[in-house]
Write a protein that binds this ligand. Structure first.
Ligand SMILES: Cc1cc2nc3c(=O)[nH]c(=O)nc-3n(C[C@H](O)[C@H](O)[C@H](O)COP(=O)(O)OP(=O)(O)OC[C@H]3O[C@@H](n4cnc5c(N)ncnc54)[C@H](O)[C@@H]3O)c2cc1C
Length: 467
């Protein structure tokens, strides 16, 4: 099919581009062309752990509000397409063996509550808890494995040792606290993406294979794009261009002379068989909240210490090793992640993988789940993949107009793109169509860095809570 004009061109068929296409198709915006240099969803979006959470205690309520809206929309999608995206609400369980984490988790729970994540319930004897926060004995509700309806929101902060052992017997026995954030879980990101693509196509959107190589402007406005495909280059006249290029968003903006404050970080994920079923098949996402030193025997530790490339493996490693069960029925797969190298990385496609990752992440997880230790004798077969977290300085997305008329962006989706996509696409459409903007729009506006006060404010913000 020869395409010479479009009402809107979307650069990228990852989750951001497909969500934008479905949203604009629903709004009857006209002819939509999605340009994709590879396969849809195949660069970053199919590498996701497919998890979601409204647990974003932070400097203001914007991320909680964005994610609450997204989760509302995911729930609507799940209801409208039973069995398709398999949305669950098992929660995220943050656990720690460090007493010092208790006041920190209490504080983050209070912040999240104030920001709209739901109420905090404290189980056990914690003097710092207010009477309203103290939950009656026996009131902790384990999560349902598959049903997100009628589940608690907010979080349960558990310091009662007996309750910890009863509910989570698989945790390191030194565990003193666990925070179970409840409006969290996972879903099929691939099916979610396909539903978006189907909706966009049903409304007439076209998926065009090729690389968007140039964006022309006339009178300071987007006027056309060049797409290099298997059969040569074509020009598509268009007044609207949406940059949904994922880790290539900076390059796409560069085609208009726009510089974006983005970096890419490489994140890996290992799928490891767990035939001993150490990770509960119907359990929540499990996150170890403490920094750790990996267990090595004395010889291994000495050898690592002497190795200039590997000495870091014998040193203190960051908090945040996490895993969740994957698959239903007889599946024994567990997805394991640990962001122990979080510096900006050069963008290489396909992303380079590190064969040592499965063993390292397994060692990290064995700290939280000692039942995994037998696997360290002979690391089970692992499937390894990974992709880039594309991040702004304060780890918030870019959603809205760029400084060339007709150009927009939906991106910088970091480690939250699947969960953010439904609300992000709705917000993008509101910008494009001149609809009323939600309260969180300004927090994600691409032009926010132009305000020096904002730049100064974010410099003081702490950890992003990014997994
Ligand atoms: C290991 C890992 C775990 C993650 N876990 C989660 C999770 O649990 N929950 C969650 O919500 N998120 C998670 N994420 C993050 C999530 O996967 C990303 O935020 C999201 O996929 C980004 O989507 P995107 O559409 O912006 O980018 P992409 O999926 O990379 O899509 C961009 C597309 O644009 C195309 N493109 C770029 N430039 C051009 C061009 N010039 N011409 C044509 N096509 C172009 C690319 O080929 C690509 O297909 C995880 C990410 C990783 C790596």
């Amino acid at each position: 099919m020869v395409v010479s004009s479009a009402d809107v061109v979307i650069c990228g068929a990852g989750i951001a581009g497909l969500a934008a296409a479905a949203e604009l198709a629903r709004a009857d915006i006209g002819k939509i062309v999605i340009v994709e240099r590879g396969d849809p969803l195949a660069l970053t979006s199919d590498k996701s752990t497919e998890c979601y959470r409204n647990w974003w205690p932070g400097p203001d309520a914007a991320m909680v509000q964005l994610m609450n809206r997204s989760i509302d929309r995911l729930e609507q999608l799940d209801s409208a397409n039973p069995g398709r995206i398999r949305l669950n609400r098992r929660g995220y369980l943050y656990a720690s063996a460090d007493q010092a984490q208790i006041p920190l988790l209490l504080e983050s729970g209070r912040t999240a509550t104030l920001q709209g994540a739901g109420p905090l319930r404290v189980h056990g004897d914690l003097a710092a808890a207010t009477p309203a926060e103290r939950a009656p004995t026996g009131s902790y509700r384990p999560a349902a494995a598959h049903n997100w309806r009628d589940q608690p929101a907010g979080a349960d902060l558990i310091v009662d040792p007996a309750l910890l052992r009863e509910q989570f017997p698989f945790l390191n026995e030194q565990t003193v606290v666990a925070l179970h954030a409840r409006r969290c879980g996972w879903f099929s990101g691939q099916q979610f993406g396909m539903l978006l693509l189907e909706a966009a196509r049903a409304a007439g959107a076209i998926l065009l294979r090729g690389e968007l190589t140039a964006i022309e402007q006339r009178g300071g406005k987007v006027s056309s794009v060049e797409v290099a495909g298997a059969e040569g280059s074509i020009t598509i006249a268009t007044p609207l261009l949406i940059n949904a290029a994922g880790p290539l968003a900076g390059a796409c903006a560069g085609l208009m002379g726009i510089e974006l404050p983005l970096i890419n970080e490489l994140h890996l994920k290992a799928a490891i068989a767990d035939p001993l079923m150490v990770v509960p098949r119907e359990g929540p996402m499990l996150i170890w909240n403490d920094s750790i030193t990996l267990d090595w025997d004395a010889d291994e530790r000495a050898a690592l210490r002497d190795d200039p490339d590997l000495h870091w493996l014998a040193e203190r490693m960051p908090a945040g090793a996490h895993c969740r069960p994957e698959g239903e029925g007889t599946s024994t797969q567990v997805l394991m992640l640990w962001d122990y190298h979080s510096e900006p990385a050069p963008l290489i496609i396909p992303p380079p993988l590190d064969d040592t990752f499965p063993e390292i992440v397994l060692r990290g997880m064995a700290h939280m789940l000692p039942g995994l230790r037998p696997y360290l004798e002979r690391v089970p077969r692992a499937y390894l993949d990974g992709g880039y977290y594309t991040k702004t300085p304060e780890n918030r997305p870019l959603i809205g107009p760029l400084p060339v008329e007709g150009a927009y962006i939906i991106g910088a989706f970091s480690g939250f793109g699947l969960m953010a996509a439904p609300a992000a696409a709705e917000l993008l459409a509101a910008h494009i169509l001149g609809r009323a903007l939600p309260s969180y729009a300004a927090a994600f506006h691409p032009q926010r860095y132009a305000d020096p006060a904002y730049a100064a404010r974010i410099a003081a913000w702490g950890a992003s809570g990014q997994l």
